[in-house]
Design a protein around this ligand. Structure first.
Ligand code: AMP
Ligand code: MG
Length: 346
């Protein structure tokens, strides 16, 4: 049988993206329009500006993506779009566009959970990765450890009780005057610093509960900066090391509790961080597990992962009705307890 092709659409935060992905894991074309410039003056994503930018850019972006692949909509087998979680205005723009395309072309619509896009992206990158695997999902809005048992089958083992790790990176970067989004800039600055110079807390390290906490670490970065006693590079390096220590500690706990798994996997925007990747690789090796991280371009928000999650669903005969609703909140594991302070990050 001819391999199938899914058009993926992503618009849940501040990237407008479209991609065409085949059932045998070829990304035929993908385009991403970042809105960093539009949000930079505000130091964070402004929902109304994001929604308007998605509305202006998405249709031409889809056209350009199809043109890049030399294809028309007729040659696509299904249309997949992020239906949540995320900023509702942007999600609506992407989902409504997908519905219109699905209706006009008489193709199935697949409403994808953005987090499932991240969670399954390692399988787009690596055909050998089989379920179940242990996933660290670290992004601007999330910090979770998930047991990925199959499509739509997730057990959340841990989440953050306050800030997401990407948020902690971005806020610490802001304190250090690194601009927005600051995660990548903080990683670069950390290369020039000494991680042992600034004493910073490791919240919940060694704790009996499974979760993460980064708010206290972020506040300690602010105090370290205000003290005037440290170089920015030392603060950046010490912050990054504290974050890594927390990740490794919490994952070590999860690895001790979980049954047999095939790999330790990381996904989400913060997975672009090379120091974090290095630490996780060492942790996986210690437990005799393969370590899998998608290529950097698949870590931050993109539409190829949405197309791939759509493909996994299409291959299992799943699609959604045209009146499927956008979901600003949509946990991967609906059974997981709501954790105090986790807010929309649950
Ligand atoms: P996402 O929410 O998946 O779009 O990921 C965006 C988040 O990842 C933002 O908080 C970024 O600051 C963060 N991020 C991206 N690259 C890096 C990096 N190299 N180190 C740390 N954080 C990063
Ligand atoms: Mg994301």
């Amino acid at each position: 049988m001819k391999t199938r092709i899914v058009l993926g659409i992503e618009s849940s935060c501040d990237e407008t993206a479209a991609a065409l992905v085949t059932g045998d894991r070829v990304i035929l074309a993908q385009r991403i329009a970042s809105q960093d410039e539009a949000h930079r003056p505000y130091g964070g994503v402004v929902p109304e500006i994001a929604a308007r930018a998605h509305a202006e850019r998405l249709a031409p972006l889809i056209e350009a993506t199809l043109a890049d692949a030399g294809m028309t909509l007729d040659q696509v087998d299904a249309i997949a779009a992020t239906a949540g979680p995320g900023l509702i205005g942007g999600v609506m723009v992407g989902l409504v566009t997908a519905k219109a395309l699905a209706m006009a072309s008489d193709k199935p619509l697949i409403a994808v959970n953005h987090l499932e896009g991240h969670a399954l992206s390692p399988r787009l990158a690596d055909a050998a990765l089989e379920y179940p695997y242990l996933l660290l999902l670290v992004s601007g809005g999330h910090c979770q450890i998930l047991l990925v048992e199959g499509v739509g089958q997730f057990r959340r083992l841990a989440t953050t009780i306050d800030d997401a790790l990407g948020e902690a990176f971005d806020k610490s970067a802001k304190v250090l005057g690194l601009g927005y989004p600051g995660g990548p800039a903080l990683e670069r600055l950390a290369l020039e610093g000494n991680a042992k110079k600034v004493r910073l807390p490791r919240p919940l390290k060694g704790s009996d509960e499974p979760h993460f906490s980064f708010a206290g670490l972020k506040s300690a970065v602010l105090r370290a900066k205000q003290s005037g006693e440290h170089s920015d590079a030392d603060i950046a390096a010490s912050f990054q090391q504290a974050a890594i220590d927390c990740l490794v500690d919490r994952l070590t706990r999860a690895l001790a509790k979980v049954g047999p798994i095939n790999a330790l996997v990381v996904a989400g925007g913060v997975a672009a961080n090379k120091a974090i990747r290095g630490a996780l690789e060492a942790l996986a090796a210690k437990h005799g597990l393969p370590f899998i991280a998608p290529p950097l371009a698949l870590c931050t928000d993109n539409a190829a992962m949405i197309a791939w999650a759509g493909m996994e669903r299409l291959e299992r005969g799943q699609s959604d009705p045209l009146d499927v609703a956008a979901r600003p909140r949509w946990p991967l594991d609906p059974e997981a307890e709501v954790v105090r302070g986790a807010g929309v990050k649950a």
